[in-house]
Design a binder for this molecule. Sequence first.
Ligand SMILES: [Ca+2]
Length: 323
Amino acid sequence: MFAISLQADSAPVRVIFDTDMGNDVDDALALGILHALESRGEAKLLAVTVTKDNPYAAAFVDVIDTFYGRGKIPIGIVKGGKTPQDSPMIRVPSERKKPDGSLVYPRRMALGAAPDATSVLRQTLAQEKDASVVIVQVGFSTNLARLLDSRADAISPLSGAQLAAQKVRLLVTMAGHFPPAEPEYNVATDIPSAQKVFAEWPSPVVFSGFEIGQALLFPARSIEQDFSWAPEHPVVDAYRNYMRMPYDRPTWDLTAALYAVRPDANYFSLSPEGTVRVDEKGNTLFTASPGGKHRYLILDEAAKARTLEALILLASQPRSSVR
Ligand SMILES: [Ca+2]
């Protein structure tokens, strides 16, 4: 059994969110869900690290954090990473201005000012208690692979692999396809990093495969109705700039965020223990083996309606008045 199921206390889950913000709109909804869970006292967002190498990816994370009243959360971004291309869903809201020229969505950092993600990961982990951190990885494995490769430095005398082993109790990742169908985007975009992370990561890993989010569509109707408490909402703005409305979108990254904070809520069931191997094409091949560190989420037909309702309610939850 995983230790995660045996937790008796109700302390907030301490989360690092690692995202390719800008490549699909589910990253924005997932970050909103983590903020809603923090407002409920269930989670604590320690840092956000970005694997999309475009300055607006960090800027838009900054926009969302600031919108939820948590603009001081550290943000790091990959340097020399994947998918640098422009994305209106992050650029347009980040640059939107009022008639007086000020930003509609204020943010803390200047464009391009976010520090290197590996340093932010090392810094964040070094400050945390042993076996306390849950990492939610919903983009490529670039940042976590670089963390594993990192050496002792001024931040910590521990290597990245040692920091991961000491500080992280669970990695939840939106990655792969179970059973394998075709290479999944997050894995296929940086195959060597995915191979490294899933072969070497020291903690238990839970995968939310492509098929999970695909089976739970976030409804356009919710975007149009449930967020009206905020006349300007950056996640809604991102949604409207990602594709032509109205459209329903798979909840891939949302499912990883939800499971990471509420693993015992029976939104999903789990595969047996085993090992996921990433082949040269980016397929994720699972082999069951007692004591294996990897499991993947399974969505039971009877759980679908309740799980989707939780995702919608949390994503659209009004900001806490407590800052
Ligand atoms: Ca993503």
